[in-house]
Design a protein around this ligand. Structure first.
Ligand SMILES: [Zn+2]
Length: 378
């Protein structure tokens, strides 16, 4: 019988700021789904060195093969962070909303957070410029700068996108010069998978903008006349008589005579809300767009088999970092720090190797976890 191999090779500190720890976690059949918590020296008194799920049956069930998820990077300005009581929870709620909408709409892929990062040092501006991808419209310079990888503004976001394999990137702002949210383009390729939302707009706006990136458009009356797909539109039910007004995530309310509250559904030719249709085969089927495009979007930043944490990286307070390797994760003797108040997860199929320079400080919530590798979306 294979036994758990847990090697703590070195556990010392040469610096007051960085703990030098090397661990090797190796897979055997009894490890799947168990959680290993990396303990810097200063952390030992508060938590057990290794936390293991005590119910093997539930471990097996949690580790059943699943499809890989589409990964999202959420970046917030300092102003948005300061004005929000808890912007990390707010972004996490957007991800939960996206998955709920997919589930309600018979769409079987899921999204997950790759990184939540504060855009430290960036100051929001109120200016606008033509969007190079759709010059007919002017966009807030904030999102144009977020999207542009070489203009000297927020360029570190693109490095983080590579490090964390984030397929789509969303910026959270305090002001967006008019709209509640905006996407660089509809039906994007990988370099243009950038959108932005007001942190306090609510109403599923961040999910709506991600929907644009995937390929979805508004209700027919509120969409421009350059369709990618005939069935790309959101749907609304305008029925003041019975009081069943509603609109799906991508639909505007402006076409409704009354108010049409947005509900957690994509338009769909094969689904209902309150017993009523949520779409049509010919024109309103955002769920079909999601199913048609999910694999392409998931490959904007393909999951790595052997993932290297290849650059110095600090996950600060009120930030999240999640790294996934289908076989292994290895830090590379560079400085990787999870600061007090951050959250982090490393998940790999067989081995997670944390080399000197890695430090999850006291007050972080960090786990290294061996998991069943996910399979590509199909
Ligand atoms: Zn829109």
């Amino acid at each position: 019988m294979k036994k758990l191999i847990f090697i703590l090779l070195l556990f010392s500190s040469c610096s007051p700021k960085i703990s030098f720890v090397e661990e090797v976690l190796k897979l055997d059949e009894f490890q799947l789904g168990k959680t290993y918590i990396q303990m810097p020296k200063e952390y030992n008194y508060e938590e057990p060195e290794i936390a293991v799920d005590s119910n093997p049956e539930s471990v097996v069930q949690k580790s059943m093969p699943v499809e890989c998820k589409i990964r999202i990077l959420g970046a917030y300005t300092t102003l948005a962070g300061n004005n929000s009581a808890d912007i990390v929870s707010l972004i996490e709620l957007d991800i939960d909303d996206f998955n709920t909408i997919n589930s309600n709409s018979l769409v079987d892929f899921q999204v997950e957070i790759a990184r939540i990062v504060e855009l430290t040092g960036y100051t929001e501006v109120g200016t606008e410029s033509p969007n190079p991808l759709m010059p007919v419209w002017s966009y807030s310079d904030n999102i144009l700068r977020f999207w542009n990888p070489t203009d000297g503004f927020m360029d570190e976001v693109h490095d983080l996108r590579n490090l964390y394999d984030a397929d789509m990137c969303q910026m959270y702002l305090d002001d967006l010069a008019g709209p509640g949210g905006i996407a660089m383009e509809v039906n994007v390729d990988a370099p243009n998978a950038f959108c932005a939302s007001l942190w306090d707009n609510g109403g599923f706006t961040p999910v709506h903008e991600l929907g644009h990136l995937i390929g979805m458009w508004h209700n027919v009356e509120s969409s421009p006349p350059f369709d990618n797909y005939n069935w790309e539109h959101g749907y609304y039910n305008d029925d003041n008589v019975t009081g069943t007004n509603f609109r799906t995530i991508m639909s505007y309310s402006s076409a409704c005579n009354g108010s049409c509250p947005r509900v957690a559904h994509w338009s769909n030719d094969d689904d209902t809300y309150l017993g009523l249709p949520t779409g049509s085969t010919a024109t309103h089927d955002n769920a079909r767009i999601a199913r048609f495009r999910d694999q392409t979007v998931s490959l904007f930043q393909a999951n790595q088999i052997n993932k290297s944490v290849f650059q110095n990286e600090t996950v600060d307070e009120d930030e999240v970092g999640d790294i996934y390797g289908s076989a292994t994760i290895t830090t590379s003797n560079n400085i990787v720090i999870f600061e007090n108040g951050s959250k982090g997860t490393y998940r790999a199929g067989s081995q997670i190797k944390l080399l000197p320079g890695f430090h999850a400080k006291k007050g972080t919530s960090y786990t290294a976890k061996i998991v069943m590798p996910c399979s590509a979306l199909n």
